[in-house]
Design a binder for this molecule. Structure first.
Ligand code: ATP
Ligand code: MG
Length: 425
């Protein structure tokens, strides 16, 4: 029994492969049904039992349910994978207690492992685990190695004993290859929540017969994807309504309100940690001095009530709608907060133009590094949730022609491919 484990920035999946190449994904209970995509988040709550206080945590779908049911919100942390390369985040304080990043991540990984064990009916100690070509925040190979070390520690804490890493786009190539009856030179583009990853390699029956390792011509990674698109939506639609760019009156001197708060608001992994006593005090004093205090009060409300999850949902809704409609309504209503705006796909595409350009450059750099022309590539396989953004697809259609593009299993191709890859280990 072989296991492939995709710990994603937004969604995680775990798959089991049998020797004949069949792949089965674990399913997770959610809102009366079930899903193969486990939201990679953790919800923590302080529980008082008599005089004792303990901190309890729930991952994924259960975490969401507990968060939504609780009146007095605990802490919901999202996109934790994006911190793995960050040496400045070793520990974080939650309810007055220090938590190591690896331990928070381990809680998610352990939950997925034990739920998969129950379903697959076997102990899970070994796995092939996905990794991006470049982690978010990594500026050098040393940073990437550091992220892998921390992920390894988190996996060990979560009960894994033997782990092998594979690049996520190479895993997606294994999945794509399982559908092929002939050889191809394939370009993979995997666009997730945190990273966009590219691999160029030969796949097909001949490569399968040769076994490990696959003949990978090259990999390239870019530390931006869906979360970076979300950041642009927040910058344009949300932050201005919460006081970004407004002024405060400090003893007769007009100063801009601190902009670092809005930077943190734009990033899910930072927003999760914005609710500290220090930040709340700072926001309270800014609200008193602000020339537009109602906007700062709305920001304070959002941070105090830990509404990151609701904001994420609102941003997701508009972004997903814009993947199939030309216009969509952005709506975020909660207590004192009431934001509504009509968004055109064209506007969204102009907000993410820098990210789109960076993606184009990375694809061209991969082809140049491998000495390959676009016409030599037989097929392009696009996967990951952010590959559903039409402007992302267009980058490949214009270079390779739409007849060469293949898509599918956006949320599970990497886990399926990792399980298939584990048959080669
Ligand atoms: N229909 C859609 N249109 C646009 N974006 C979408 C759509 N559906 C999902 N997404 C985005 O896809 C991203 C999640 O994709 P995915 O699950 O592949 O990422 P991940 O594997 O968790 O992240 P990573 O691979 O970077 O670690 C999120 O940013 C989500 O908003
Ligand atoms: Mg992914």
């Amino acid at each position: 029994m072989k296991i492939g484990f995709d710990f994603g920035t937004t969604n995680s999946s775990i798959a089991m492969a049998t020797e004949d190449g069949d792949v089965k994904l674990a399913r997770f209970a959610y809102q009366g049904g079930s899903t193969e995509s486990y939201r990679s988040l953790l919800y923590l709550e302080r529980i008082r039992e008599g005089r004792r206080t303990t901190i309890k945590s729930w991952g994924g779908p259960e975490g969401i349910e507990h968060y939504l049911q609780t009146e007095d919100k605990g802490r919901l942390v999202q996109s934790l994978k994006s911190f793995l390369a960050s040496r400045s985040l070793q520990t974080t304080e939650i309810f007055g207690r220090r938590f190591r990043l690896e331990d928070l991540v381990a809680n998610i990984l352990r939950d997925i492992r034990t739920k998969a064990e129950e379903q697959f009916g076997c102990r899970i100690r070994d796995a092939v685990v996905g990794r991006p070509v470049r982690f978010v925040g990594a500026e050098s190979k040393a940073d990437d190695d550091y992220a892998v070390q921390r992920l390894t520690r988190a996996l060990e804490n979560a009960g894994f004993e033997k782990v092998e890493f594979e690049y996520e786009p190479v895993a997606a190539a294994y999945y794509y290859e399982s559908t092929l009856d002939h050889d191809e030179l394939i370009l993979i583009g995997d666009f997730g929540g945190g990273t966009s990853d590219f691999s160029l390699l030969h796949v097909g029956p001949s490569a399968r017969r040769r076994g490990q390792p696959r003949d990978v011509l090259g990999n390239k990674g870019l530390a931006l994807a869906g979360d970076a698109f979300d950041a642009r939506i927040i910058r344009h639609l949300v932050s201005p309504a919460l006081g970004a760019g407004t002024l405060l009156d400090s003893a007769g001197k007009l100063l801009p309100v601190p902009n670092w708060v809005y930077f943190k608001l734009e990033r899910w992994h930072h927003l999760s940690f914005l609710r500290s006593a220090e930040t709340l005090n700072m926001l309270q004093s800014v609200a008193v001095q602000a020339l537009e205090p109602e906007k700062l009060s709305a920001l304070l409300y959002l941070v105090k009530h830990d509404l990151g999850y609701h904001l994420h949902r609102a941003v997701q809704r508009v972004k997903v709608a814009l993947s199939h409609d030309e216009h969509s309504l952005f709506e975020f209503v909660d207590g004192d907060l009431e934001l509504e705006a009509d968004v055109a796909r064209q506007a969204f595409e102009s907000w993410i133009s820098e990210e789109l350009l960076a993606i184009e450059q990375r694809v061209d750099a991969l082809l140049a590094k491998c000495g390959t022309q676009a016409r030599d590539v037989d097929r392009v396989f696009l996967t990951g949730g952010s590959s559903l953004v039409p402007a992302v697809r267009r980058i490949f259609e214009s270079r390779f022609g739409s007849q060469k593009i293949r898509t599918g299993d956006e949320f599970t191709s990497v886990a399926r491919g990792l399980a298939l890859r584990s048959l080669d280990s």
